[in-house]
Structures are given as C-alpha cells and as structure tokens.
Write a protein that binds this ligand. Sequence first.
Ligand SMILES: [Zn+2]
Length: 97
Amino acid sequence: MKIPSKINILGCEIPIQHCSADEMIEDDKVKIGEFNFENVRIRLLDTLDDSTKSIVLMHEIIEALNWYGDLEMDHIQIGALGAMLHQVLTNNKLLKE
Ligand SMILES: [Zn+2]
C-alpha cells in the first residue's frame, strides 16, 4: 500500500508525517505510530518498511475513528480491529498496491 501524504477521515484532511526515532520518543520509548487529535495529524516512524507502515497507518485510522466516533474502544480492540481490517483489505486486494 502506498502511504499517502494526507488522508480524508470523516471530512478532515489529516496529514501523514514520516518522523525519525528522535521525534517519536515518548516516555523514553520510540512509538511506531501516533494519531494526535490535538494537532490533527498522523505520524509514522520513518524507518518502518512499507508493509509495516501500512499496518500502523490502519491502526492510526482506527484510532482516529474511535476518537471522532466516540466509540470508546480500548487499545486492545483498536489494535485487533486495525490488524484484522488490514488483513481482509490486503488479502482481497482492496488496497492499492
Ligand atoms: Zn494505538
């Protein structure tokens, strides 16, 4: 999946930024991805390979939907839904290569 520079989620144009490990440190850990509702952006760790990036992006999309939709899913549910949706879309060739 080609990672776009921005993504439309429920009418919001959300930029997707590729960030270094230094920029992704939080609480002494390097995050691989983040949806930030205050700054309205998605950030991905730039050293991930493309297929991992697309899985992390799907996770952050679910994070955004959970936030905007007030779905109150916990992080385990968000993680599971992101990974499962990515598998179905990928294995049925519903994602652009
Ligand atoms: Zn998360």
